[in-house]
Ligand binder design. Sequence first.
Ligand code: GLU
Length: 501
Amino acid sequence: MTVRVRFAPSPTGYLHIGAARTALFNWLYARKEGGKFLLRVEDTDLQRSTDESTRSILEGLAWLGISDYDEEIVFQSQSADKHREAAARLVREGKAYRDFTPKGERADSNVKQEIAERARAQSEGSGTDHRANPYRDLPPEESERRAAAGEPYAVRLKVSPEGRTSFADAVYGEQTRDHSEIEDLVLLRSGDLSPLYNLSVVVDDIEMGITHVIRGQDHLTNTHKQILIYEALGARVPVFAHLPLILAPNKAKLSKRKHGEVVSLTTYRDRGFIPAAFRNYLALLGWSPGEENKELMSLEELKSLFSLEGVHRSNAVFNFSDSDPRQWTDQKALWMNAEYVRTMPLEELLPMARGELESAGLWRPEYGAERADWLGRTVELIRQRFITLKDFTGQGRAYFSDEFELDPAAVAKNLKKDAALGELLPALAERVEAVEPWNVETAEHALRAFAEERGVKAGLLINASRTALTGQAVGPSMFDVFEVVGRERSAARLRSAAQFV
Ligand code: GLU
């Protein structure tokens, strides 16, 4: 049997990182098993679904590198007739019935039912009769006649009062629910006969030949109802695998309304994450590769190690802080990205650095031509401490532009430290200008000789030079920095930094 899985987002907003994780797990499972990965856009809520949201979901999946769907994208709204037909069939077969309760009363009785259900949940055991619907056993001819006469009705599944549904969730294990806890669920709404979620999902999953339903844990309880629909339709029930939730540090559900941009996938693209790094990070949100206990994994490794058995039951926590900009998102995500920036093949990083420079207006044609070697050398040098691609134009800006700001803390620490620097820096600049050839060794030699002549510590000049040349207090080895910044630019910056002393 070929594995067939689907990711089924509702296009009612941005792509939530939890949904992106669901998509990724489906994709990994399909690729691991040599199966098919399908996308179904669940756009049945016409009021809330937007094309823009669909576009942003597709963009997000493409950015993550998992948009190689194996079949045409399915739009659920286009199958409404099929969903209605399935419900009609169940009515014909006596497995569902038309409920002619007028709308107002229904709303009312639903509220009552809910209250009763809650009361039942509280006082375990005292059953509510979910089957007390006067239309449940209406003779078929009368039901037909009233429908034909134009009387509005909803369609409900006839859930047997006895028995239970159970299934073995591939993550959460055996799940059982007594039928007495499940109402005769509505399949089609009264009036326009629009299909409800549980019906649409099941009919589409059958139609698409889905073998494994991998989705968020918030759907675990729906599954019992869906299994009843599968059974009524006489279809094979797929394997279900529910994924743990992703929670905020205070254990609340992670939502855009409460937590803002940090939950939206495109935020990571826009803030300079590397797709492979974020994918790697997402893979570990609720899954681990068993004994290997590895964290940095290439796509090939993820594909070969992924398994549903490795999915955790406990919810994942997304650790970030609203008040500290350095912890704007989960610490592990930042760490993972920094590891990728630092260790990925340079030839893969360069186009990303270029994109970043281009969007900041700092790219120059010569970087792609006669200064390509310089660019490679510079990126190699500065990437060691970077966290995101934004650092190429943030803390790394001085390598690519003469217009950069000096970090006030660095100025205080390295330039204002010793008044003598006001005279030392221009003198060092003059010395630098005379060095020939200019490279790591000659720069070091010049600086150390100058320090000795002046009777000052080389460290004083090294630290001051770092802030003068890069605007920062920390960075790569200073003599490397001298080389890549170049002799003339170094001298000019040493001179102009004297004004801050
Ligand atoms: N559209 C549903 C959601 O976004 C999908 C549920 C499912 O995967 O069955 O939650």
